[in-house]
Design a binder for this molecule. Structure first.
Ligand SMILES: Nc1ncnc2c1ncn2[C@@H]1O[C@H](COP(=O)(O)OP(=O)(O)OP(=O)(O)O)[C@@H](O)[C@H]1O
Length: 349
């Protein structure tokens, strides 16, 4: 028999916060990104990572995978990567004859919990199409059988610096990702110094091993996530506020939102999608639970608004090449400008 709901919620919250604490001890200066990744894990959403090279993405994901339990797999996006490279690879066996083995998507079977697609925008659209299908359906047929990966979360990094030979992910594909999370070099000088001079940070594998394994049970996350999503309540006032936020992503000028650098009325081609708003609320509910509440507050939406909404906005062509800065300014100004309702909910025990 399963434990009473309030005990389950409290136990899982302790595990979630423990995971966060342990990952923060090995990956320094990334506490905000780690909180957001934890939210995505409990909301069961795929994540785009926005970061440069050598900023600790692999170490971070391996640490998280260790804490979640299950298997971690990684693939590099390259211009000659083919969809089949995710599914199988061929090699010469000891007898000199060609053999076929399962590729990174299939190798771990149902144990796959974290799949890292590095530099996804170096891969061709055919590869994106396969990846997006598997992200949505979490199964694929190959070798005359059906492979399921029900516990998989995809983390995809886009190389934002080098644009040669890249295939940008179109807006419809970006919309499938719950969040885009920046992984930036820490700004604190002492932290930066320790990354350079403390030799432990040059041993990524040893760092990862410091995270306790199986803090969460990766194969129970889907069921717990459903339970959590059904548990967190919202109110009419909060729902109306959310609808205004949504409208403001499409027509910011109607809500008096302004931007310093551009005419706000001309900048947006398409605001957030219904899928995006659904994902916003899923992420916000996880934030409420992590903060020990059973009701949604505006601050739960604010905590994830930028990372869930920005990558979905489509800017008019003249502004697309400045999208990162403009999206940050717009989402910040939407939150600042729209009147925040005050809510009086009781805190969860
Ligand atoms: N914030 C950080 N905390 C801990 N270690 C870090 C951090 N940033 C970088 N490192 C260290 O830098 C090295 C490179 O990290 P890692 O390979 O994870 O980066 P990456 O972003 O995945 O690189 P690439 O883009 O080349 O794949 C590792 O030894 C890692 O420990």
């Amino acid at each position: 028999m399963s434990a009473p709901l309030d005990i389950q919620l409290a136990d899982w919250r302790n595990h979630a916060l423990n995971l966060e604490k342990q990952v923060n001890q090995v990956i320094v200066g990334q506490s905000k990104a780690i909180r957001l990744m934890n939210i995505a894990i409990f909301a069961r959403g795929h994540v785009l990572l926005d970061g440069g090279v050598g900023v600790g993405k692999t170490t971070l994901l391996q640490s998280i995978a260790r804490g979640i339990g299950g298997a971690y797999e990684r693939i590099e996006g390259t211009v000659d990567l083919m969809p089949n490279d995710l599914i199988y690879h061929t090699f010469l066996g000891p007898d000199g004859r060609p053999q076929i083995d399962e590729g990174p998507l299939l190798r771990a079977g149902e144990n796959l919990s974290v799949f890292f697609f590095n530099e996804i925008n170096r891969a061709r659209p055919q590869v994106h199409a396969l990846m997006l299908r598997v992200m949505a359906e979490r199964h694929i047929s190959a070798f005359k059988k059906e492979y399921r990966m029900p516990h998989m979360i995809v983390f995809a990094d886009r190389n934002q610096v080098e644009k040669n030979e890249t295939f940008e992910i179109p807006s419809a594909a970006r919309d499938r990702f719950m969040m885009e999370i920046p992984i930036e070099i820490p700004s604190d000088r002492e932290l930066k110094k320790s990354l350079v001079f403390n030799t432990k940070f040059q041993h990524a594998e040893k760092l990862t091993q410091q995270v306790e394994s199986d803090i969460l049970k990766f194969d129970q996350l889907n069921a717990f996530s459903d339970l959590l999503q059904n548990h967190i309540k919202s109110s009419d006032v909060l729902e109306e506020y959310t609808m205004d936020l949504w409208d403001a992503t499409q027509s910011p000028e109607k809500f008096g939102v302004t931007m310093d650098s551009v005419d706000v009325g001309r900048v947006i081609q398409t605001g957030a999608s219904p899928r995006g708003m659904g994902m916003l609320m899923k992420a916000a509910r996880v934030n409420a639970w992590l903060n020990g509440r059973d009701s949604l507050y505006p601050e739960d939406i604010h905590a994830v608004f930028h990372e869930v909404i920005s990558h979905r906005l489509v800017f008019n062509a003249a502004y697309e090449n400045r999208r990162t800065a403009l999206a940050r300014e717009l989402t910040t100004n939407i939150i600042r400008t729209l009147a925040v309702p005050s809510l009086t909910f009781s805190k969860a025990a």
